[in-house]
Design a protein around this ligand. Structure first.
Ligand code: ATP
Ligand code: MG
Length: 579
């Protein structure tokens, strides 16, 4: 491809409001353009990256015997009604009516179509197992599209589905996918870790998420270098606290005057409503406090309130609370708190309360400062021995430094992007949608299913998050838009131009993806563009062209060396890891 003809609109400025480095670099390098919130155009170089990722995924899926097909984006509402998701899913599902007034949906995933198909085409155990996949557009009306292509409303996913006769057989299909996914991320140059996913409110089903390290990640995981345990902070079992429960000695170690936490005393804390404010006011560490949240449980027409207690320095895992309550919940409004507890938010505490109390495990022991249920006052000496109705459970987010729940070593933490998700669906779709088969005994059984997704754009963006420098992208060779960027320093120099043309033809003939910067522009602009676009090898045809020598630059290491043309193919092979 000649740069003079390629639509590669590089720009100096970061897009307005962009925070994620992958977002900034994809726009600046001329890979994508935003058409509307969460809706993107892939420009030629960006699309090449997506195609290379697709090819790697396709190879690995074919490799485990998964059959490629194509399912439509437009779905009749009927199949979504049969699975129950027409009602269960909210605004994320794009819905519309066709000209005849029939309800339709834009597929956000394809379990429904797969199950519809299986119900028609699979009849006997003899046809199973089946592995089916497609690489197709998904539509999701995300509440908050953000971070460039990381969270968009239209995106391309590889989704595959396994159909098996039993849960044991499903384990095999699942294991094949795990092996394929490990290879996909490795081949794409993305470091990803498999963590246990949320198995859903009612438990039972198994799922795993693939998390790629990235500062722009919306998720946080904890992981153990000693035993390999890894989980989302929302999910990870928060181990027992390493430090002893709060006592007067710890309290005295706070910044302010010593406070005996075991003494039951109401103290004036005017205006100090948040943990940060009381920490500052009393000069005690956050872990000396017990914070009380009042939440409204959304399990019936009339919401009921529940008090949730966490230590001052801990954060609530919404997922764990949802599981403990067995229902959705939301933070209670100020009016609800007032009605339920007789005091406005800010000074709420468990002593006294008539509300059901859910307390985090670490609060079983120790004395704390809590809201005094009186405006502008907190109370010391509060222990949950005073609150007989308290139910203790693991409610806090795990964090780095916590003991590993498997081996007790220190956990590490990282921000991550979810790049893939695999799920043992079981009979969740096959039962309501009537996808059954006749088993060896001629008995009708529901097909046992699995589903497996990978977002192509998230792989591209995660690769950039993990591989870039101050000058631009540093693509892993396998998914770079071009393997080599051939830069003709002076287009007006006949010798240089002739050598560059010759190399372009030769390298292309040798099967290399080459971008030839033949533009009549200043060398400085060309070098900047080459670094920004980040192809792994840069071949610079300049001053030493008359001797038949070019400069080869390794984008990743920045290393440059002069190479005689005759040795270029070999040197390139080494640089690209093909050698
Ligand atoms: P998230 O929790 O980030 O919203 P999800 O769990 O809803 O994602 P899945 O339904 O598991 O996503 O989809 C499978 C894969 O598709 C994800 O692992 C991710 O790689 C990709 N994906 C999901 N939503 C988006 C999106 N809005 N934009 C880009 N890629 C996405
Ligand atoms: Mg997911």
């Amino acid at each position: 491809m000649r740069a003079s003809q390629l639509l590669l609109p590089t720009v100096k400025e970061d897009p307005a409001g962009a925070e994620a480095i992958s977002h900034k670099l994809m726009v600046r390098a001329g890979l994508v353009r935003q058409l509307a919130a969460g809706i993107y155009v892939y420009l030629p170089a960006g699309w090449r990256v997506m195609q290379k990722i697709a090819a790697i995924i396709r190879g690995e899926m074919d490799g485990i015997g998964c059959q490629e097909m194509l399912m439509p984006v437009i779905n009749p509402a009927e199949i979504w009604q049969q699975s129950g998701r027409w009602d269960a899913i909210g605004g994320e599902l794009f819905r519309f009516k066709d000209r005849k007034g029939a309800d339709m949906a834009l597929a956000m995933t394809h379990e429904e179509v797969i199950t519809w198909l299986a119900a028609r085409e699979v009849h006997s155990y003899k046809q199973l197992p089946q592995l089916w996949y497609h690489i197709q557009t998904k539509e999701r009306d995300e509440a908050r599209p953000k971070s460039g292509v990381l969270r968009t409303r239209e995106f391309i996913m590889k989704d595959s589905y396994s159909l098996d006769v039993s849960y044991e057989a499903l384990q095999e299909s699942y294991a094949k996918h795990i092996a394929a996914y490990d290879r996909i991320y490795a081949r794409c140059g993305v470091e990803a870790m498999m963590v246990e996913g949320d198995s859903g409110m009612m438990g039972g089903s198994v799922s795993h998420e693939y998390m790629a390290y990235a500062d722009a990640g919306e998720d946080e995981i904890v992981f153990c270098r000693a035993c390999g345990y890894a989980a989302n902070v929302e999910m990870a079992v928060a181990g027992a606290d390493r430090e002893p429960p709060q006592s007067e000695s710890q309290a005295a170690a706070g910044a302010g005057a010593a406070v005996d936490l075991t003494v039951d005393e109401v103290r004036s804390t005017p205006g100090a409503k948040t943990i940060d404010q009381v920490v500052e006011f009393l000069g005690l560490p956050a872990r000396a406090f017990m914070k009380a949240l009042v939440v409204t449980v959304e399990d019936g027409a009339e919401g009921r309130q529940v008090m949730v207690l966490l230590r001052g320095d801990h954060e609530l895992s919404e997922l764990k609370l949802r599981k403990a309550l067995g229902a959705e919940f939301r933070l209670a409004t100020a009016d609800e708190v007032l009605a339920a507890q007789g005091i406005a938010p800010g000074y709420v505490g468990p002593e006294p309360t008539t509300l059901p109390v859910y307390a985090d495990e670490v609060l079983r022991r120790g004395h704390y400062v809590a809201g005094a249920n009186k405006a502008d006052h907190h109370r010391t000496g509060v222990s949950l021995a005073m609150v007989p109705q308290a139910t203790f459970c693991d409610l806090r987010k795990a964090r780095a430094g916590d003991p590993c729940p498997q081996c007790a070593a220190d956990l590490d933490g990282a921000r991550v992007i979810e790049v893939g998700n695999i799920f043992q669906l079981g009979t969740k779709y096959s039962e309501p949608m009537g996808a059954t088969f006749l088993d060896v005994d001629g008995k009708e059984q529901p097909i046992v299913m699995g589903s497996y997704g990978i977002g192509l754009a998230r792989i591209a963006a995660a690769a950039i998050e993990q591989h870039h420098d101050g000058n631009g992208i540093v693509w892993p060779p396998s998914i770079a838009p071009f393997e080599a960027h051939l830069v003709l320093v002076r287009a007006s120099d006949e010798v240089q131009a002739a050598l560059a043309e010759q190399l372009y033809a030769e390298l292309a003939a040798a099967g290399l993806d080459v971008l030839f910067d033949d533009r009549d522009m200043s060398p400085g602009i060309k070098f900047k563009d080459a670094d920004l676009l980040g192809c792994p090898a840069q071949i610079v045809v300049g001053k030493r062209a008359p001797e038949g020598v070019v400069e080869l630059k390794d984008r990743a290491s920045g290393e440059r060396r002069d190479v005689p043309v005759a040795e270029l193919a070999l040197a390139l092979g080494e640089l690209l890891g093909r050698g």
